[in-house]
Design a protein around this ligand. Structure first.
Ligand code: SD4
Length: 357
């Protein structure tokens, strides 16, 4: 359940506790640049603050559960972020997995990515009829010399790896939404008005007929007991998008990025505007320069607003970030974005700060 508490105080408690460590991180990064330090791999890391898992939107609360089951047993962050978002890929919702809304030609096309603590990464885009794109992304990472496979080739690879080719059939909810959309059949990029109709911000959750929360793209960040970070992201992208459209989610450095010496970030919202600023990697680079995760997310959102100017009112973008010291941050353009946080003490939905109030 959403707890009513002040995001400033919540994040400040976390940041103040970790500010000292993050300054130390800045110092060692500087030394590394000048070749004086022993190198990051040999440096003594602060004791791990893990396990921690956080994920985007309200549905992240449920996705964190299977992720946590792995983390609390001392499992790998990589396994946690894969299993966590698979839970969302299995559910029927507007925006993740085969039950999601189709493109404007009526086909569900999926994008996903995953990255571990050793700069290993894998992604799939424009993938059809495969239930767990995040797991295909992991196979791309582990079994090919490549980082990304798309479309037919990604599907062929998935089948060769033993994934089932599912029938092409829209979920009941997606069929209804698509029929509704076809009445107008006007292509528009995802609009803030969609969410505002439900008073919950753009790309935002509404209740499905069965009472479950609907939601958007799921992105997940985890730190395991060993202090290693991983990230995952999976989505059907923008509902009723142009056929062939790929967003930020499968693009390493835009939708997701992990640098285990610094931190990790994942993005949600209008992918085109995340790609423009190399969103997730820019957030991580700012953390490297000494910003807290919160400051880094806010700064990249500000950059998007500076680029989009007036048009910022029509788009939503949000970032969540986790530093290697265990600091957490999030910032969105518009209100309505929440992320789900879990560690050994707490499991809660946190309302992100936003540029527009
Ligand atoms: C995309 N970033 O395809 C995804 C969509 C999303 O919240 O995250 N929506 O652009």
């Amino acid at each position: 359940m959403l707890k009513s508490f002040n995001i400033y105080s919540y994040l400040d408690i976390m940041f103040n506790r970790r500010n000292f460590l993050s300054k130390m991180g800045m110092l060692t990064a500087g030394l590394t640049v000048h070749g004086i330090s022993k190198g990051l791999s040999q440096q003594k890391r602060p004791k791990s603050k893990g396990p921690i898992v956080l994920s985007t939107w309200d549905a992240g609360l449920e996705a964190n559960v299977p992720a946590w089951a792995i983390l609390e047993k001392g499992g790998l962050a990589l396994d946690a972020v894969e299993q966590g978002v698979r839970h969302t890929e299995d559910s029927i919702n507007c925006c993740v997995g085969l039950g999601a809304n189709p493109d404007r030609d009526g086909h569900v096309t999926l994008d996903a990515s995953i990255m571990d603590h050793n700069y290993n990464c894998g992604a799939v885009a424009f993938l059809e009829r495969i239930k767990h794109p995040v797991s295909v992304a992991r196979r791309v990472m582990e079994k090919t010399p490549h980082v990304m496979l798309v479309g037919e080739g990604a599907q062929q690879f998935a089948i060769a790896e033993g994934f089932t080719l599912e029938p092409e059939k829209l979920s009941t909810a997606a069929q209804a939404a698509y029929s509704n959309w076809l009445q107008q059949s006007q292509y528009k990029s995802p609009s803030i008005n969609r969410g505002n109709q439900h008073d919950h911000g753009p790309f935002a959750p509404t209740r499905l007929q069965n009472g479950e929360w609907n939601h958007d793209t799921i992105g997940m960040l985890a730190m395991d007991l060993h202090g290693n970070l991983s990230a995952s992201c999976t989505t059907s992208g923008a509902g009723f998008k142009m056929r062939g459209r790929v967003g930020d989610s499968p693009i390493i450095g835009a939708g997701l990025f992990v640098d285990n010496s610094v931190g990790a970030c994942v993005a949600t919202g209008q992918g085109e505007d995340v790609i423009r600023v190399a969103g997730a990697s820019t957030v991580v680079e700012l953390i490297r320069q000494g910003r807290t995760p919160q400051q880094a997310c806010a700064e990249v959102i500000q950059r998007i607003i500076d680029i989009k100017k007036e048009r910022s009112k029509d788009i939503q973008v949000a970032f969540i970030a986790l530093s290697i010291q265990g600091g957490v941050g999030s910032f969105a353009i518009h209100p309505g974005f929440s992320f789900a946080y879990k560690d050994a003490q707490r499991s809660e939905l946190v309302k992100a700060q936003s540029w527009f109030k």
